[in-house]
Design a binder for this molecule. Structure first.
Ligand code: NAD
Length: 452
């Protein structure tokens, strides 16, 4: 079936999704799809990324499950008309905002968290009353195949479709006229998506990436910071959009931080991370070569790790010290298990450095003094900020998830996702009475009418 035909089939069924009860039904079906196939999800993720079962559960399966439950619990409230403040002229009118579905939306996912990056946007699209086409990433092949196999068994095939494929299929999809597109992935493709959407004036949400900095202040519990940074950077082998991409710290803290990182890595993955059941692999050869080249090109010195095995797509957790801002590791997003440490003697230096670069998706700062942390929040711009930890901001669905500037536009998670996929329609309901008063606004605009 052509992409146009799939879209046409869904478009013919948009009215079904207007029923809030039907949305509940579809969300409950999705919840069953998650719950009844836990082993299959975790097996697919193991195949694609060598993810440990616990990590699959926490960061993919249960994460997505919690998102469905959040929407099921709040949907009735979110869909209610939102009554607005009125003025004298509307005193007897009914004035409210009606949350209206957009129609048929396109969801393009990325490979690094291939379950949640397709299903969480879908959950939001359903709760806002939309039909949706999903295009999982072809790089996480096993998960993409599983989504295509399972979803039609649970959710309404007339309202939802999964299309698998790569650039060719996505390009063909992007030629169609959707009512919204949510894309997760790198910013080069983000520009392609936005340009394609512009042809139809289709609004987009772009969940992109970039280099997320992490400042470690002179006065800080460096050992705790090291543990939290090591987890954020090396979970999923560094292939996480909000992972701390590089550390900024005073030169006097570098050695202590390195010791802390070394200790944390040994605790998490043992003496040889290659043997660890809990350490992920790089998704494919292309990304393996990309990260390996970055390590080879660095002019900093490798303090931890630096090993790799191409056959196994393994790159050990690697920390590079004394990295200069012009280094290869500081050019683009690393998106792999490599952590450069760059010197910033003070919080002011770090702020200047951060502000001289693209606005990051996430920004982290560790300091004993909350004033230092608040100062960084106030004087920088980023999609999200987390003080004294990494990545934990995304554990709360009452916080929006999204970028700013080149790290993305729009956001989702919880109600933010519902809003993204809803149109806020302004509604004013007037009575046909009081026509005399209304008559004031009609021409001719005589002095007599307006003398008061
Ligand atoms: P990817 O290669 O899986 O690409 C993402 C999607 O774009 C896929 O579905 C793919 O088929 C499609 N695509 C690729 N090339 C295309 C083209 N030329 N035309 C149309 N569609 C195309 O994922 P990726 O881009 O390698 O993902 C990594 C990037 O995504 C990183 O920058 C990361 O930070 C970012 N990311 C962001 C988030 C977020 O929520 N902000 C989450 C995950 C990843």
């Amino acid at each position: 079936m052509s992409m146009a035909a799939v879209l046409e089939r869904l478009r013919a069924n948009v009215d079904k999704m207007k029923s809030v009860e039907y949305r509940h039904e579809q969300l409950r079906a999705l919840l069953r799809c998650i719950d009844e196939n836990v082993d299959r999800w975790t097996e697919a993720l193991r195949k694609d990324l060598h993810k440990a079962k616990m990590e699959c559960l926490v960061m993919e399966v249960n994460y997505t499950r919690n998102e469905v439950i959040c929407h099921l619990n709040n949907l009735d409230e979110w869909t209610k008309p939102e009554y607005v403040k009125k003025e004298l002229l509307q005193i007897s009118d009914e004035c409210y905002i009606q949350k209206e579905p957009l129609g048929v939306v396109l969801i393009i996912g990325a490979w690094n968290y291939p379950v949640q990056l397709v299903l969480c946007p879908l959950i939001a699209a359903i709760s806002a009353g939309n039909c949706a086409i999903m295009k999982p990433s072809e790089l996480s092949e096993a998960t993409a195949a599983l989504i295509e196999e399972l979803l039609p068994k649970y959710v309404d095939k007339d309202c939802f479709a999964v299309i698998n494929g790569g650039v060719k299929e996505t390009t063909e999809l992007l030629e169609q006229k959707f009512d919204h597109i949510m894309y997760t992935g790198n910013s080069n493709v983000g520009k392609i998506v936005m340009a394609a959407a512009a042809k139809h004036l289709t609004p987009v949400t772009l969940e992109l990436g970039g280099k997320s900095p992490c400042y470690v202040d002179k006065n800080c519990d460096v050992e705790v910071a090291a543990r939290r940074i090591a987890w954020g950077r090396f979970v999923n082998s560094g292939q996480t959009c909000i992972a701390p991409d590089y550390v900024l710290c005073p030169s006097e803290n570098q050695e202590r931080l390195l010791k802390g990182l070394q200790a944390a890595l040994e605790e998490y993955f043992g003496k040889d991370p290659k043997e660890s059941e809990d350490y992920c692999r790089i998704v494919n050869q292309r990304h393996f070569q990309r990260v390996k080249t970055m390590i080879e090109k660095t002019k900093g010195s490798i303090a931890i790790g630096g090993d790799s095995d191409e056959k196994d797509l393994y790159i050990s957790p690697t920390v590079v010290k004394d990295v200069q801002p012009t280094d290869a590791l500081m050019e683009g997003e690393i998106f792999g298990p490599v952590l450069p440490i760059v010197t910033a003697e003070t919080a002011d230096d770090a702020i200047r450095f951060i502000n001289s670069r693209d606005k990051p998706l996430a920004l982290y700062a560790f300091a004993n003094d909350q004033k230092v942390i608040r100062d960084i929040v106030e004087r920088t711009s980023s999609g999200a900020f987390c003080g004294n930890d990494t990545m934990m901001q995304m554990s709360l669905s009452t916080l929006p998830f999204g970028g700013v500037g080149t790290s993305g536009m729009g956001n989702y998670h919880g109600k933010f996702g519902f809003d993204t996929f809803s149109h806020k329609k302004a509604v004013m309901l007037k009575a046909l009475a009081m026509e005399k008063m209304n008559g004031l606004r009609y021409p001719p605009y005589t002095d007599q009418k307006w003398s008061w």
